[in-house]
Write a protein that binds this ligand. Structure first.
Ligand code: GLU
Length: 503
């Protein structure tokens, strides 16, 4: 067991799973799977003031959507559970008390008011704020008395006052801190809850974690944790802090101000989990200067934790969007793409429930439609607007869209009439036949191809921009196409009458 790779992803349920957290989860997952190790999901919910309801469910949904499965965790159990820290409180209390008994920690009775005053005085003197170790040397009898009186107290760690603490980070090497600058950190709060530091260290040890992969912002905690491991007499896991994720302009940490940051927000916007994972893998890691597209299997083969660049990575929304489009266009099969688009079309009320069955005619129709817009889809959600007219009547459009500068209502009305006749005889399963006949008609009418095709396009789609005309006609089929052409004739005739009346 001792040599087995065991990693944990330890989010705090304080909101949506941020892309940074997802990147941490991904690197943990890749590393563990490569080593044949275990992935543990542990919920760090000891800071009760920062909890946000439903976030655990959201975090689990996000990780599942990304396909980052874990071997032990709150929902699946495991030999070291429970995996939610608020369900492990006695363990932390025992450990804090163990350190008090060993003379490595002490009770502190300082009130929040005293600590605030202290901070203000320190600030006024231009000093860095920090606890002045006031209670570190209280006589044991006084401590007993005050505890017996029920005075609220926290337990603080007795940080060594001399010497240095060196931690070794897998990506950055040794980092050394002077102990006198390290705080006597709180281990157990007066409400009986542990702080992040105590719970994190106790659990990493209890759960036999071998490697800690977490965000760079936790580096300052590393020497504190190293001292806790020393005090307990435990071996510290290997440490690896992953690079910060900056905003696109590199001026600060990525935040909501810059766009979506929550994994489920990206999901809602129409990103594919495959593209997300691929993009996240490149936030801090690169295979070489060129290659950017990696399936999860390829990442498992090529990713190397030691190659992660410790310098901050910028989050590039355009790149992610490009990657999403790439996956839609070049990676997903048409069947798979249709399978993912169908629920969106159903939610929009454009497809019936029957379409969920890939063997249904409704699915087959949706699949044909999606094939026509596949090249233009950047986000899955765009499928709804791009294809609406294939599933429902065309939206009301301005009859002037049927006209062009040199082609007035009378000419277009005549052209539409002839187009209806021509198409009645055409083979709608054969795009080439549709094209041949309509090109022939344009010539016969003395029109340029575009002068004929545009009003037909507007008539059948309600828009001036659509997939190719002949493929659109093929998928819509004869009946629907002819009905729409007839409706356009009526619309234009009414417009013509109104204009004549106005003159
Ligand atoms: N609960 C911490 C967080 O939300 C975990 C830090 C760690 O992995 O040690 O980031």
């Amino acid at each position: 067991m001792a040599d087995r790779v065991r990693v944990r992803f330890a989010p705090s349920p304080t909101g949506d799973l941020h892309v940074g957290g997802a990147r941490t989860a991904l690197f943990n997952w890749l590393f563990a799977r490569q080593q044949g190790g275990d992935v543990i999901l542990r919920i760090e919910d000891t800071d009760q003031a920062r909890l946000v309801g439903q976030s655990i469910a959201g975090i689990i949904e996000s990780l599942r959507w990304l396909g980052l499965h874990w071997d032990e965790g709150p929902d699946v159990g495991g030999p070291y559970g429970p995996y939610v820290q608020s369900q492990r409180l006695p363990l932390y209390r025992d450990h804090a008390q163990r350190l008090v008994l060993a003379g490595q920690a002490y009770y502190c009775f300082c009130t929040p008011e005293r600590l605030e005053r202290l901070r203000q005085e320190q600030r006024a003197r231009g000093e860095a704020p920090g606890y002045d170790r006031h209670c570190r040397h209280l006589p044991p009898t006084e401590v007993e008395e005050r505890l017996a009186r029920g005075e609220p107290a926290v337990i603080r760690f007795k940080m060594p006052l001399e010497g240095v603490t060196t931690v070794v980070d897998l990506l950055r090497g040794a980092i050394t801190y002077e102990n006198r600058l390290l705080p006597d950190l709180v281990l157990l709060k007066s409400d009986g809850f542990p702080t992040y530091h105590l719970a994190n260290v106790v659990d990493d040890h209890a759960m036999q974690i071998s490697h800690i992969l977490r965000a760079e912002e936790w580096i300052p905690s590393a020497p504190l944790h190293a001292q806790l491991y020393r005090a307990f007499g435990w071996k510290m896991p290997v440490l690896c802090h992953l690079p910060l994720i900056l905003s696109p302009d590199g001026k600060g940490k990525l935040s909501k101000r810059h766009g979506a940051t929550g994994v489920l927000e990206f999901k809602r916007q129409g990103y594919l989990p495959e593209a997300m994972l691929n993009y996240l893998a490149l936030l801090g890691w690169a295979y070489d200067a060129e290659r950017e597209i990696f399936s999860i299997e390829e990442l498992l083969e090529k990713f190397r934790l030691e190659e992660v660049n410790p310098h901050p990575a910028r989050f590039n929304f355009e790149k992610l969007l490009w990657m999403n489009q790439y996956y839609i266009n070049h990676v997903l099969s048409l069947d798979e793409l249709a399978r993912r688009c169908v629920p969106l079309l159903q939610q929009a009320g454009l497809l019936s429930l029957e379409a969920s069955d890939p063997a249904s005619p409704a699915f087959a129709y949706a699949r044909q439609v999606i094939a026509l817009v596949k090249d233009r889809l950047k986000l899955l959600t765009e499928v709804v607007e791009l294809t609406r007219f294939f599933f429902t009547e065309v939206e009301d459009y301005d009859p002037e869209l049927l006209l062009s500068p040199k082609v007035g209502p009378a000419v277009v009305l005549h052209a539409l009439e002839r187009a209806i006749e021509t198409l009645r005889a055409a083979d709608f399963d054969d795009e080439a036949d549709l094209e041949r006949r309509l090109r022939g008609l344009a010539e016969e009418l003395g029109l340029k191809a575009g002068q004929l095709f545009m009003p037909i396009r507007v008539a059948v789609t309600g828009r001036t921009v659509s997939p190719g005309l002949f493929e659109t006609l093929r998928v819509l089929g004869r009946e629907r196409s002819l009905e729409r052409l007839a409706a356009a004739q009526e619309k234009l005739a009414a417009y013509q009458a109104r204009s004549a009346h106005a003159c």
